[in-house]
Design a protein around this ligand. Structure first.
Ligand SMILES: N[C@@H](CCC(=O)N[C@@H](CS)C(=O)NCC(=O)O)C(=O)O
Length: 234
């Protein structure tokens, strides 16, 4: 697949940074970025909703060399697409290999972008984003407990055996795992030393440094009168 133009709708240090990272790893700086001010609720504007009914980032507009266009709305799918489309970047075992390595890579890619992500999102929205009367402390407790007792041991086991999540080779699953670990740390999770050691390795990558160069603009908690609070639906 040949890409003519790529545009990423992004907000610093959120799931769209996963996509910014894979783009820097695969196509360098050759893409456009538009910031969507999430805390101002711009993702709920009629114009944005017409493009993305899920009212979130990342959103990726792709124009191919033959002029065909498409829009993608899931960070995991975007990371997978770019890792598979740019084999020279060495971010994924080949898609046509039905071997153990590919199976394990896909397992971790999906574990990170669905199961782990779901728990972190529940913690985040019930602790910081939903209107106060919509929050449920039990949900936060439940997912903190599941994350600590079920997810973390699996990650610790893997990262104690090898430098990266699947092997000694950095891969696209590490992009989502790293973002999730950074996210988890903001909520006091992933405190084991193995996580800090892992982060010190992956965050040295030039593509990571570019993707998270705007991360300081991210506030964990929206202001109490932030527009997003009135229309946020989770
Ligand atoms: N499953 C989607 C989730 C995207 C998502 O929820 N993004 C958050 C930021 S991390 C967002 O834009 N939320 C704004 C909202 O829902 O109002 C993905 O992984 O791309």
């Amino acid at each position: 697949m040949q890409f003519r133009k790529i545009k990423l709708y992004h907000y610093p240090a959120t799931r769209s940074a996963r996509v910014k990272w894979v783009l820097h790893e695969t196509i360098g700086d050759n893409f456009d970025v538009e910031i969507v001010p999430l805390y101002e609720g711009k993702q709920y504007s009629a114009e944005y909703l017409a493009m993305n009914p899920n009212h979130n980032v990342p959103m990726l507009e792709i124009t191919l060399d033959n002029g065909d266009t498409t829009t993608m709305l899931e960070s995991g799918a975007m990371v997978t697409l770019f890792a598979d489309s740019f084999g020279d970047a060495n971010l994924a075992p080949k898609a046509d290999s039905a071997g153990i390595e590919r199976a394990d890579y896909l397992q971790m890619l999906y574990f990170a972008s669905s199961w782990m992500d779901m728990m972190l999102w529940q913690i985040r929205i019930h602790q910081d984003i939903l209107a106060k009367n919509e929050r449920d402390e039990k949900t936060v407790e439940r997912y903190r407990e599941k994350f600590t007792t079920e997810v973390e041991p699996q990650l610790i086991d893997r990262l104690s055996k090898h430098d990266y999540i699947c092997s000694e080779q950095f891969c696209a699953a590490d992009i989502i795992i790293t973002h999730n670990i950074m996210w988890a740390k903001m909520y006091g999770l992933c405190q084991h030393e193995v996580f800090s050691q892992y982060l010190s390795r992956v965050t040295k990558r030039p593509a990571f440094i570019k993707a998270f160069s705007d991360a300081k603009q991210f506030n964990l908690k929206p202001d109490k009168d932030a527009a997003v609070k009135s229309n946020f639906s989770g």
